[in-house]
Design a protein around this ligand. Structure first.
Ligand SMILES: Cc1cc2nc3c(=O)[nH]c(=O)nc-3n(C[C@H](O)[C@H](O)[C@H](O)COP(=O)(O)OP(=O)(O)OC[C@H]3O[C@@H](n4cnc5c(N)ncnc54)[C@H](O)[C@@H]3O)c2cc1C
Length: 440
């Protein structure tokens, strides 16, 4: 379930505490003589930056109980911002030290200590590579899977060299137990990396799935159905997603997040509706039945809120962003629940409307008001045209009912427009559920 604002703030507090923990540890036991303010500031920035780098592995660790409460996109946004701040701190560490005492330049001089200078220069380049390849991955045309592998490896290299640097300088980690704390901290980061890349795939291997069929929804969207092999399937909440790997091994680099579009009442048959967008999604239509598959999950906080049964809901979706909404509508139908719901669904053209017929059928069996909006409508179109704009929302959104949730999923620009409109209309943030498919 999604965290309340105070729970999320509580987790933020834990994060800040853990980031500052190295500084607190420094002051336990014998403390070496203080130096100038600027030197201590430079050292402090290095310690905190390194601790934040280590915590990055926790943020991407896919711990479902913790990540689901925050939502993947929020978590990854936080990971990205924290990564930038940590990089700033780590890079500021030598800059502040050198500016306050130029003697520190010797740390980067290979003639003084070759191994140390090379290691520190590698860290600086690794940090720059980490940031540049993340912010401009698409500009450089780096495939997502290669970027993800390189990102984890570079991050670990930085933390490892950081640890070596802390231990070699040794100024604030004199008693052995302080050194052990740092070694333990780095070991935990490595353990998290191993957990993600080795332990989790091994666990997935014990719960294999097989492709049952692949059917076309539009000329660019396909539904792939999976059935469990030797287990009972996967319990999930309507609207959640899983990381899908198709092929003989769960160790593949090709692991992608997709929403489970089928009803949460059927954990023994998962359906993902996938739009062709790049190298992996273009292969879906050619996957033969009986191909092995693996699903890690479920994840996500974009789920049917308890309030929906009483208050109904408003769904605002565009394109393939309909998948979590479809899971919710299918689930409501199978549970025999019939709250008043409205769906405003935007698409480029009539041909690209995913689930068009099923939505029509659902609008008869559920208390569902269905409003299609087309960017390029055909001549005989009598529905809405253009984008889902504030004017369109003004025209169609029902009068607000206190407690009723709003669900938004679609392209980033559409989500920004809608979220801004809802907030400006006085809808509290806790009632606005958003799922962003484009996370990096
Ligand atoms: C929570 C969530 C739910 C999603 N649900 C659906 C869905 O129901 N249907 C659907 O069609 N799409 C969904 N997506 C989007 C889907 O994951 C991407 O379209 C898909 O991974 C693209 O892979 P590609 O190799 O074909 O394209 P590429 O051209 O390689 O990638 C296109 C973009 O997709 C993203 N992406 C690619 N690979 C990954 C990956 N392994 N992990 C995370 N992001 C990646 C990157 O932003 C990339 O720039 C969802 C995404 C998220 C985050």
């Amino acid at each position: 379930m999604r965290y309340t604002a105070s729970q999320a703030l509580g987790w933020l507090g834990v994060y800040v505490f853990l980031s500052l923990l190295p500084l607190l540890v420094l002051f336990i036991g014998p403390v070496p003589p203080a130096r100038t303010f600027w030197i201590e500031l430079g050292v402090g920035l290095g310690f905190v930056g390194l601790a934040m780098m280590g915590l990055q592995f926790v943020l991407t660790g896919r711990f479902s109980s913790f990540a689901s409460g925050l939502g993947l996109d929020n978590m990854l946004q936080f990971h990205r911002q924290a990564g930038l701040i940590a990089t700033g701190f780590v890079l500021a560490h030598p800059v502040v030290l050198i500016l306050s005492s130029p003697g520190y330049l010797s740390y980067l001089d290979p003639r003084v200590n070759f191994a140390r200078a090379v290691a520190l220069i590698i860290v600086v380049f690794a940090l720059l590579a980490l940031v540049v390849t993340t912010l401009w991955r698409k500009t450089f045309g780096i495939p997502y899977e290669w970027w993800r592998t390189g990102h984890g490896s570079l991050a670990f290299l930085i933390v490892l060299i950081g640890l070596g640097h802390v231990l070699m300088v040794g100024y604030y980690v004199d008693p052995l137990w302080k050194q052990l704390v740092w070694i333990g901290f780095t070991g935990a980061a490595l353990a998290l990396l191993l957990h993600g890349r080795v332990i989790r795939p091994l666990a997935l291997k014990k719960k294999p799935w097989r492709v049952d069929d692949v059917r076309s929804e539009t000329d660019k969207a396909w539904t792939i159905s999976l059935k469990p092999q030797g287990h009972d399937g996967m319990e999930f909440e309507a609207g959640q997603f899983g990381w899908l790997t198709v092929g003989p091994t769960p160790f593949s680099l090709q692991q992608h997040p997709f929403t489970i579009a089928s009803s949460a009442e059927n954990p023994e048959r998962l359906e993902f509706t996938i739009k062709e967008l790049g190298d992996f999604t273009a292969t879906i239509k050619d996957i033969p039945p009986d191909t092995p598959a693996y699903v890690e999950g479920p994840f996500g906080a974009f789920v049917l809120d308890d309030a929906v049964e009483q208050k109904g809901a408003v769904f605002l979706a565009a394109g393939v962003g309909i998948t979590p909404v479809m899971s919710m509508l299918r689930t409501l139908r199978e549970r025999g629940e019939n709250p008043p719901v409205q769906l405003i669904y935007g698409n480029r053209s009539a041909d690209s409307i995913i689930f068009r017929e099923e939505l029509q059928t659902l609008s008869q069996s559920l208390d569902l008001e269905l409003i299609h909006v087309l960017g390029n409508p055909p001549d005989d179109w009598d529905g809405e045209s253009g984008l889902i704009s504030p004017e369109l929302l003004e025209k169609y959104l029902p009068e607000d009912e206190p407690g009723r949730p709003y669900y938004v999923c679609g392209p980033a620009a559409m989500m920004d427009t809608i979220e801004e409109y809802l907030v400006d209309s006085g809808i509290e943030g806790r009632r606005i559920f958003s799922e962003r498919f484009s996370i990096v």
